[in-house]
Design a protein. Structure first.
Length: 67
């Protein structure tokens, strides 16, 4: 089995992007933004090809472990 990507919700998209780039040497794709839904995300890639999608949404009341 191969996991293509996992997704992580965050309240601070840029802070988490910098963390993964700095400590895991991940490559970051372009920021995706859907203004109509208030949704923004990045895909970050490991050298192996596995990816993490970090996401935030304006109206989400989620529990965040990074705050």
């Amino acid at each position: 089995m191969k996991i293509e990507h996992i997704a992580i919700w965050t309240s601070d998209l840029e802070k988490i992007r910098i963390f993964y780039q700095k400590y895991f040497n991940m490559k970051c794709g372009e920021k995706y933004k859907n203004s109509r839904k208030g949704f923004t995300s990045y895909f970050l890639s490991f050298e192996s090809g596995a990816r993490i999608e970090i996401m935030t949404r304006a109206n989400t009341n989620a529990i965040y472990c990074w705050d």
